[in-house]
Design a protein around this ligand. Structure first.
Ligand code: ZN
Length: 455
C-alpha cells in the first residue's frame, strides 16, 4: 500500500502519516460559522478535506470525520437582529443552505457534525477543568484563558508571545491578566443567547467549542486537525493551548492548512466589492465545475479564481465526460486501480490526480478496441470517485447545460448582433449578448470584431 505523506504545519515538514489507532483514524475540520451565505473561498477547505476524507477511507477501514458548526457567535446575534428573526431561525436557515451547497459540490457528510449550542454542557465541563488546572481564571463574569501558562504558545503559528503583544491590536480588556489572554466564557446582555453555568449566565467563546466537541467525538488527542490558513492564529493556536491545559498532551498529531482563494489576483474584500458568494457561483456554474476548480491547484498554494480557470475546468470536465460517453455502461475495471490514491498520498496532490484522469481519457480517445475502451471508462470512473468527480452519467452531464449551445448557433447570433449594431439597434445587440451569457458564452468586442469564449 502506498504510504500517505502529509505536510504538517506544526513541524513545517512533510511527514509519513502514522495514525494513533489504525482501526479508528480521526479527522477534525473547523466548519462554518452560520450567520450568512459563505463566499466561494469557504468552499475550498470543504472540498479539499472531503478529498482527504475519501482518501483516508480508501486507506483505512474506519475513519471518523468531525466537522463542527459554530452556531453561537456575535456575528450571528447581529445578523439575526438586523433581519428581525430569531437566532435559531437564522442558523437553521444558513445550515440548510450550507448542506444543500455541500451536496451540490459533491461533498460527503462527515461522520459527526456537532453544533456548538447542542454541546454547552461539554463546553462548561471543559472550562471548569481548565479553571481547576490553573489554566483559566474567572473575572467579572468572564472566564479567561491564561496563555502565559502554555510554555510553547505560538508554536503552531510560529509566533512569539511578546512579539504578538507588541505588534497586535489587542482588544482592550483591563480585567485580563495579560493582553493576549482569550475569552472562554462571557456574560450575555439582555436578548443575547445565554446559558446557566457555574461562572454565571452567559455564552461560550469560539475557540473552546472546537476543543470541547473534538474531545467528545474524537478523544483528547486525535490524528489530523485541518482548516483554512486564516484559522491558524489565533483559533487553532488557542484550541491547541486549551487541550494542552485540560489534558496535558498535544491535541492533534498532524495540522493541515489550505491556502487562500483570490479573485482575479486580489484578496476578496468588502472595500474592493469583489466578494463572490458561493450561492451565486453555484447558480451560475455546475457544482462539479466549481469542485474541479478547487482541486485544480495544490491545496497549500493560493488559488486564483478567474473566468479562465473556471472555463478550463469546464472544458476539462467536458473532455472527461466525453471520454466516458464512448464506453459501455456495464463494464468493470480490469483491476482495482489506485493511481489517484497514489497521487493523493503525496500530500494530497490533486493536480497530479487530475492529470491521471486525463491520461486515462487520452487512452480512451486513442483506442479503437471497444472492450478496451469499456474497461478504461470503468477505470476512469473508479479513479475519479476518490476525487468526488464524474459521478454523473455522461448523458446527464451534457444535458444539464455543460454544453448549452452549438458553435454554429453562437456564430449565427454573433453575426446577427453585428448586424443589429450596424443598424444601431443596440437593444437587440444587448439582448443577444445577454442570451449568450445565460448560455455561459461571453462576448468581447475587439477591433477585429467580436470574439467569444465559454465562461
Ligand atoms: Zn475550530
Amino acid at each position: 500500500m502506498t504510504k500517505l505523506r502529509l505536510y504538517n504545519s506544526l513541524s513545517n515538514s512533510l511527514k509519513d502519516f502514522v495514525p494513533i489507532d489504525e482501526a479508528r483514524v480521526r479527522l477534525y475540520v473547523c466548519g462554518p460559522t452560520v450567520y450568512a451565505s459563505p463566499h466561494v473561498g469557504n468552499a475550498r477547505p470543504l472540498v479539499i478535506f472531503d478529498v482527504l476524507f475519501r482518501l483516508l477511507k480508501k486507506l483505512y477501514s474506519n475513519v471518523v470525520y468531525v466537522r463542527n458548526i459554530t452556531d453561537v457567535d456575535d456575528k450571528i446575534n447581529k445578523r439575526a437582529r438586523e433581519r428581525g428573526i430569531s437566532i435559531r431561525e437564522l442558523t437553521d436557515e444558513v445550515i440548510s443552505e450550507f448542506h444543500k451547497n455541500a451536496a451540490i459540490l459533491g461533498v460527503l457528510s462527515p461522520t459527526y457534525e456537532p453544533r456548538a449550542t447542542f454541546h454547552i454542557a461539554d463546553i462548561i465541563e471543559l472550562i471548569q477543568k481548565l479553571i481547576d488546572n490553573g489554566f483559566a481564571y474567572e473575572v467579572h463574569g468572564h472566564v479567561v484563558f491564561r496563555v502565559r501558562k502554555i510554555p510553547n504558545y505560538g508554536s503552531l503559528s510560529k509566533r512569539h508571545l511578546d512579539d504578538m503583544i507588541a505588534g497586535s491590536r489587542v482588544e482592550v480588556a483591563p480585567f485580563k491578566e495579560d493582553p493576549m489572554d482569550f475569552i472562554l466564557w462571557k456574560p450575555s446582555d439582555e436578548g443575547m443567547p445565554a446559558w446557566d453555568s457555574p461562572f454565571g449566565k452567559g455564552r461560550p467563546g469560539w475557540h473552546i467549542e472546537c476543543s470541547a466537541m473534538s474531545c467528545k467525538y474524537l478523544g483528547e488527542q486525535f490524528d489530523i486537525h485541518a482548516g483554512g490558513q486564516d484559522l491558524m492564529f489565533p483559533h487553532h493556536e488557542n484550541e491547541m493551548a486549551q487541550n494542552f491545559g485540560a489534558f496535558g498532551k498535544p491535541m492533534a498529531n498532524y495540522w493541515l492548512h489550505n491556502g487562500m482563494l483570490l479573485v482575479d489576483g486580489q484578496k476578496m474584500s468588502k472595500s474592493l466589492g469583489n466578494i463572490i458568494s458561493l450561492n451565486d457561483v453555484l447558480q451560475k456554474y455546475n457544482g462539479e465545475i466549481v469542485r474541479y476548480v478547487l482541486l485544480s491547484s495544490h491545496y497549500q498554494k493560493t488559488l486564483d479564481w478567474t473566468i479562465d480557470v473556471v472555463s478550463q475546468a469546464k472544458q476539462s470536465l467536458n473532455r472527461l465526460y466525453g471520454a466516458l460517453k464512448l464506453g459501455g455502461d456495464k463494464s468493470k475495471p480490469r483491476e482495482q486501480s489506485e493511481r489517484v490514491v497514489e497521487a493523493l498520498c503525496g500530500n494530497l496532490n490533486t493536480p497530479l490526480a487530475l492529470r491521471v484522469l486525463h491520461e486515462i481519457a487520452d487512452e480512451i480517445y486513442r483506442s479503437s478496441d471497444q472492450s478496451e475502451i469499456d474497461e478504461l471508462c470503468a477505470a476512469l470512473k473508479s479513479e475519479a470517485e476518490t476525487l468526488g468527480l464524474l459521478s454523473k452519467s455522461p448523458d446527464a452531464w451534457f444535458k444539464q447545460g455543460a454544453v448549452l449551445i452549438s458553435e454554429e448557433e453562437i456564430e449565427r447570433l454573433i453575426a446577427e448582433r453585428a448586424k443589429a449594431k450596424a443598424e444601431k439597434n443596440f437593444s437587440r445587440a444587448d439582448e443577444i449578448r445577454k442570451e449568450l451569457f445565460e448560455k455561459n458564452i461571453q462576448i468581447d468586442d475587439t477591433p477585429n470584431g467580436a470574439i467569444w469564449k465559454t465562461v
